[in-house]
Design a protein around this ligand. Structure first.
Ligand SMILES: [Zn+2]
Length: 71
């Protein structure tokens, strides 16, 4: 059901819709559009494509410690 709805709405959704995630420990921001070239993450790298063992470059927190930011 959800899949069908997403497919139906796709033409109406702005693309690409990049998101930002914030580290709850130190406030570091990961922006999908910008990526983290210094960390080997190319601009446009989706959060789900960030390696699961990736850690916050500022404080070493894990992906679970990041929360999506509402724009
Ligand atoms: Zn952090």
């Amino acid at each position: 059901m959800r899949f069908i709805l997403t497919e139906f709405l796709r033409p109406f959704m702005p693309a690409p819709e990049y998101r930002t995630y914030m580290c709850l420990i130190c406030g570091f921001i990961y922006d999908e559009a910008a990526g983290l070239p210094d960390e080997g993450l190319a601009p446009g790298t989706r959060w789900e494509d960030v390696p699961p063992n990736w850690t916050c470059p500022e404080c070493g927190a894990r992906k679970e410690d990041f929360e999506i930011m509402a724009i």
